[in-house]
Ligand binder design. Structure first.
Ligand SMILES: [Zn+2]
Length: 193
């Protein structure tokens, strides 16, 4: 167990991050504070305007512009190869859940957001906004994304045998999406989800 005595780089408040936290919110000035081996930093965190209800909390996502290039996609038949080409033709925005959630929930969210490509409107931080700590590192975000890409391709109706692709991720950013509690999990307050 690591014991850390840390202070917010912005307001000097004492911070008590959990062992796996990579970005937390300062309880005093509410800034996003990232925790790495190299020390603490103040990353930009972009809040998203809620659609509908008042959010209970905000959930962290790693957001990228992504470009997937299919290098080899071998199947036993079917014409879904063209669907794959069309789906990945242009760059897409990807959103990877970074708070502590189970793998299935995370995969479903990545896939839904990848397919829906919702228009998210940025806003300045609401006065009382509280966000969940991020525990997923950007390195793990890439791994999860690769898993989802394989899932999407395997679900096409053409008996995929092998898949090789190149994944380019640009403009890494931390976004905070509004949510309300829904049973054990969360419901995002984003249109079309
Ligand atoms: Zn602070």
């Amino acid at each position: 167990m690591k014991l850390l005595l840390l202070r917010c780089p912005k307001c000097n408040q004492a911070l008590a991050p959990g062992q796996d936290d990579v970005v937390i919110q300062c309880p005093n000035c509410r800034a996003a504070v990232s925790i790495t081996e190299g020390g603490l930093a103040l990353p930009a965190a972009q809040y998203v305007r809620p659609a509908g209800a008042e959010p209970a909390a905000w959930l962290p996502f790693w957001v990228y512009r992504s470009k997937v290039t299919m290098q080899a996609r071998k199947t036993q038949g079917g014409r879904a190869g063209q669907d794959a080409e069309t789906f990945w033709a242009g760059p897409r925005t990807v959103y990877v859940p970074a708070w502590r959630c189970d793998l299935q929930e995370a995969r479903d969210l990545v896939q839904n957001l990848l397919e829906e490509q919702p228009h998210l409107e940025a806003m300045t931080r609401p006065e009382e906004a509280v966000f969940e700590p991020a525990v997923l590192t950007p390195q793990d975000a890439r791994k999860l994304l690769e898993l989802v890409i394989v899932t999407i391709e395997a679900e096409r109706n053409d008996w995929m045998e092998t898949l090789a692709f190149d994944l380019r991720l640009d403009s890494e950013a931390l976004w905070l999406l509004p949510a309300v509690r829904d049973g054990d999990g969360w419901q995002l307050l984003v249109k079309n989800l």
